[in-house]
Design a protein around this ligand. Structure first.
Ligand code: MN
Length: 294
């Protein structure tokens, strides 16, 4: 795989009352390493009557990675976890064979909400395993030229995140000051950049909020240039070796696996447990391929 710079527009959507810029998956690009989903949330204003409110819903075969720049969100899951997510803290839920969770406004917070939620596809070795949850309030930081980098997942520039990781991948929050920063990369990883605010020039192009800047693989480093303080997220990893099938909140390999999981969710099977949330459980109709036989 060669170094490239492919800039694609994120797709605007809405989740639980908050505007989302979905950078991944894209047409022709389903994964970056094991990363298979990138939702840039907000910035949105949380008021008495308006905040992120996503009721209980299921996941299989993936990890959810939630990282806030501003605001707070309450995470509740079917393992009994109840965890307030704040800026600078990593929320990591592993779905395995099945888990469910809710993401709620806390009721007390007023102000901006800004962050990202990503999914990591689990490999065959763990994707049918037990669900798990971890919350990490202390993550390694690395200084590079005009940048303070926080290592969310994986190893980067001498910093190693304690977060669970089932494949060779990395996620790094970049606080860029004005100027240039050389970011060390692994030639066997493919990478992409998402910009939260400001703009980043790199590899002959410019990436701004609402874009995914895909860098391909084969680089030992990349130089980032900024004309103002800028916040961005670098994701990367060894190209995911398995064909991923995704629909709604499920990551699997076949449509049959997804149909079976969705039937279990709609039947309120113990596979997905229960979430202690006052928000209504989320249900949607069957996958589109089911209709062919209906
Ligand atoms: Mn979710």
């Amino acid at each position: 795989m060669q170094p490239v710079l492919e800039i694609t527009e994120s797709r605007n959507t809405e989740l639980g009352g908050v505007t989302i810029r979905r950078a991944l998956p894209r047409r022709g690009r389903r994964t970056v390493g094991a990363w298979c989903f990138v939702d840039h949330m907000g910035p949105a204003e949380v008021t008495e009557t308006h905040g992120l409110d996503v009721g209980p819903h299921p996941h299989i075969g993936l990890q959810t990675v939630t990282w806030l720049l501003e605001g707070e969100v309450l995470h509740r899951d079917s393992l009994g976890s109840e965890q307030l997510i704040r800026p600078g803290e990593l929320n990591l839920m592993t779905a395995g064979h099945g888990v469910s969770h809710a993401e709620e406004a806390t009721g007390a917070y007023r102000g901006p909400l800004h962050g990202v939620q990503l999914w990591v596809a689990q490999p065959d070795a763990t994707r049918d395993g037990d669900p798990a949850f971890e919350h990490l309030s202390a993550l390694p930081q690395v200084e590079l030229d005009q940048c303070t980098a926080t290592v969310l997942v994986g190893d980067f520039a001498g910093g190693a995140s304690p977060a669970r990781r089932d494949t060779e991948h990395v996620g790094v929050d970049l606080r860029l000051r004005t100027g240039g920063t050389v970011v060390p990369l692994r030639a066997d990883f493919e990478y992409a950049l998402v910009v939260f605010d400001g703009t980043v020039s790199l590899a002959g192009g410019t990436v701004e909020p609402g874009h995914l800047g895909y860098l391909g693989a084969g680089r030992d480093e990349v130089r980032l240039q900024t004309a103002q303080p800028t916040r961005a997220l670098l994701i990367g990893g060894v190209p995911f070796p398995e064909q991923v099938s995704m629909w709604w909140n499920y990551v699997a390999r076949t449509q049959a696996e997804i149909s079976a999981a969705h039937a279990d969710w709609n039947a309120e099977s113990p596979r997905f447990g229960e979430v202690a949330s006052l928000l209504p459980r989320i249900t949607v109709g069957p996958p589109p391929w089911s209709a062919q036989h209906g």
